[in-house]
Ligand binder design. Structure first.
Ligand code: ADP
Length: 380
């Protein structure tokens, strides 16, 4: 059964086509720089070289058309007909408190995703455009929404409530939601597999370190706490996001620099983190080169990054009581073994000798494809 996975961001539409029964990826790619004068169509069939060509793509509807045309291209495409696709799975960032699992998309679900755009104004609108595009282009093919927030809906209220007047939770739904849920679900399942135990029997601290970074305490396959919050800004230091800080810094800076909420938002989301501290880059590879060259601010950025991961693991060990594995994933988690080594050396006495320190390659797309497959099969 062929399942297409679509992940629409503000200026990109990534896709991957899976044969879910065989757990194989047939091809993947992206339309990049949507809405700019020159866009790119990237196509990468499994086992072959990637091609990248210039194109014009004003919006996500056109992006989905370009993806369809690439998939059924007579020479290089992998599909004979769009109707060979049995389901399309969409990554949707925010499902609010309404969705604790993936769901088939109908008019009611679309309305809810639109409603949650208020909570994720940068993320849900492009996903909606992608879904609408796919409904038009893959007519009659079931569409499934897989939410970043869904996995964390098992968090107890004591973990997700903020210490502000309760009326704001009621009025604006302000609470911790957590993100990267599909990745943390995949990582904790994979960890259980590596430990040779049913997922219900293991406690895992899942550490996702990519451009965005988050960490989750997963007890018996259920998320009970996570570092990202109302938005993806809370928690660990990230490529360009500040992570945790005293919220009074925000009001202080807005007054001191005479800046409005949009600019402040941009500082915290796009100019902070590894980039903000180092002044060099948001990319860990550049920070590591900076360390080699003895750059003091690259050293500070790296140290803050690692220190905060240690603190969160300590906190989540306290929350879980017993930890069977600490699992690293994401571009940094998978490629910078010295971070795992340092954390392991430091935390081993606290976590005990039975706790494993693992690295897994996260695969959110595969999990989206599997959820889509299961829902489509069940509904057929
Ligand atoms: P995203 O969150 O966008 O999916 P990734 O999971 O690909 O991002 O992670 C991107 C981060 O991983 C960047 O900071 C990048 O520097 C880092 N990274 C990727 N490959 C390496 C590597 N070989 N060595 C060090 N860091 C790496």
């Amino acid at each position: 059964m062929l399942i297409l996975v679509v992940n629409c961001g503000s200026s990109s539409a990534k896709y991957e086509l899976f044969n879910v029964e065989k757990e194989t990826s047939l091809c993947r790619g992206a339309v990049e720089r949507i809405g700019e004068q020159t866009s790119w169509m990237v196509y990468h069939p499994s086992g072959k070289d990637q091609t990248k060509q210039k194109t014009v793509c004003p919006d996500h509807h056109r992006a989905i058309e370009l993806i369809r045309d690439t998939l059924v291209d007579a020479q290089k495409g992998v599909l004979k007909d769009v109707m060979d696709v049995m389901g399309v799975g969409h990554r949707v960032v925010h499902g609010g408190e309404e969705f604790n699992q993936s769901t088939l998309i109908d008019a009611k679900v679309m309305k809810s995703i639109e409603k949650f755009s208020a909570l994720a104004p940068l993320h849900n609108p492009p996903a909606i455009e992608g879904i609408k595009g796919c409904m038009r282009i893959f007519q009659g093919v079931p569409q499934v929404a897989v939410f970043d927030t869904a996995f964390h809906q098992t968090m107890p209220e004591q973990a997700f409530a903020y210490g502000i007047p309760y009326k704001f939770y009621k009025k604006y739904s302000i609470r911790k939601y957590g993100f990267h849920g599909t990745s943390h679900r995949y990582i904790s399942m994979k960890a259980a597999e590596l430990l040779g135990c049913p997922v219900q029997d293991v406690n895992v601290i899942s550490v996702h370190l990519g451009n965005g970074c988050s960490i989750a305490a997963v007890a018996g396959g259920k998320s009970i706490d996570t570092s990202m919050g109302f938005t993806p800004l809370e928690g660990l230091l990230m490529g360009t996001r500040s992570g945790d800080m005293d919220p009074a810094v925000v009001t202080f800076l807005m007054r001191a620099e005479n800046i409005g909420p949009e600019e402040m938002d941009g500082i915290m989301n796009k100019k902070s983190g590894l980039l903000g501290i180092s002044g060099i880059s948001n990319d860990m590879r550049d920070i590591l080169s900076g360390l080699q060259e003895g750059n003091a601010r690259a050293r500070l950025a790296y140290d803050v990054f690692v220190y905060r991961i240690k603190k969160y693991i300590g906190a989540y060990a306290a929350v879980l009581g017993k930890v069977d594995a600490v699992v690293f994933a994401g571009g940094i988690g998978e490629n910078v073994p010295e971070i795992k080594s340092e954390i392991k050396r430091h935390l081993r006495p606290m976590l005990g000798s039975a706790c494993e320190f693992l690295t897994v390659r996260t695969n959110e797309e595969l999990l989206i494809a599997k959820d889509t497959y299961n829902l489509v099969k069940r509904s057929a």
